[in-house]
Design a binder for this molecule. Sequence first.
Ligand code: ADP
Length: 458
Amino acid sequence: MNMRSLRTKLLFQYMTLVIICMLVIPAGIAYQMTYQFRKFSSERLAEDKQQLVSMIEENLAAGDRTGKNLHGEMLRWPVTRFCVEDSAGHEFFTIKHESSRKPAPDQKKRDRKVESLLLKQTLPLHDANGKEIGRVTFYVVPFNISKEGMFLRVFQRNMIAGVAIMLICAAIIAIFMTNKIARPVLETAKRAKNISEGNYRAERSTNSNILEIQTLLDSVDKLGEDLAEQEDLRKRLMGDIAHELRSPVTVIKAQLEAFADGIWQPTAERLNLTLAEIDRLSLLIKEAEGLTTLSKADGGLAISITNLSQLIEKSTLSFEPMFQNKGIKEELDIENGIQLVCDPAKIRQIIENLLSNALRYTDEGGRVKVTLKKEQKNVILSVKDTGIGIAKEDLPNLFERFYRTDKSRARESGGMGIGLAVVKAIAQAHKASVSVQSEEGKGSCFTVIFSTEKGLGC
Ligand code: ADP
């Protein structure tokens, strides 16, 4: 296919349109003007001639064979003269057009030239009884060199000059308009190419006041920003995974080497230490798996009508041993028989993530309370703990992927900052909202609100 640049194409189309409009319309006007003007002139000439014929006939009837009563002034341009003769061809008289203007120096030469171009027309003369008594011959200047013709030519010349000026103006406007549309589009194309080459972030150098083009510019910018964010996240994830995995692997390796070299005897206590490190490693791997869940949570759900009360109760009770081990009191306040149209596996993931955070960030002697209730058209699930709490400045980013507060980083038991992002993604897939209330040192309360009005319901 013959590819042309947007600028060339737009310019070509604009100019074609302009040329068509500017040539066709003025040409039509000029044609109409010429036609009407010629028609008007010839009709007027015919009327003048007819009037003259009548006057000559009246004069001849009155016996005047010299034309003395016919004044030269009444002879109007373009009739230069007329000659009256009898039926036998004997001339009675000739009357010439007398110009009131001063003759030009080369007037004679001009007259001779005009004379050779004059058109002759002979009309019969009649008496009162309709009998032919002679004829009159008119000598007429042709239209092209008549005053009317000259006027028309000047008009046409001015019209052509006007059209030429308009064409130049239109070309300037077309170039300006083309640039206005083409520049941001070309810029966007360049930006999209840069993005495809991995240069995600770029300074916006152009804007457009055309809504669709501005939307395109914004979308491509947003795409670049999103990809840049994804890239940052990926890098952070790789760093985090490497960092988190490094220490248990190093410890396990060192311990196994110590066993192999006979430096350490494989006592139950020491083997338990190694086992603890392996547990930590498997927990980290489970967290990393959360990433896959995160992307799946954005996608399809396996929806069914679920007894949410039972689901939450079962999940919470499965955490009981872990809470007991850590000396945390678990409380349940679950309203019976709440049904929800949802993906039960994903909802289980929500409660498990919230409970494992509560377990992780609540110290011995603390309390964790799980509440499930129905309020009007909402089903509210909350997990409240008396743990370390979250600083105000961390709250806005808490549900971001890989976000961890400094406090949790300082803790041995910290995860990778995926759990809450998974909770949010699953909640969004269920058209539910998730929020947190927390005070540092006092505890946190995570609340998920399922709306039965927004599609998935009870
Ligand atoms: P992580 O795997 O690090 O726990 P999450 O996404 O589940 O990741 O949580 C993100 C961060 O939010 C945690 O690192 C922690 O700082 C904070 N956080 C989450 N739940 C709690 C809680 N119940 N109490 C205190 N801090 C919490």
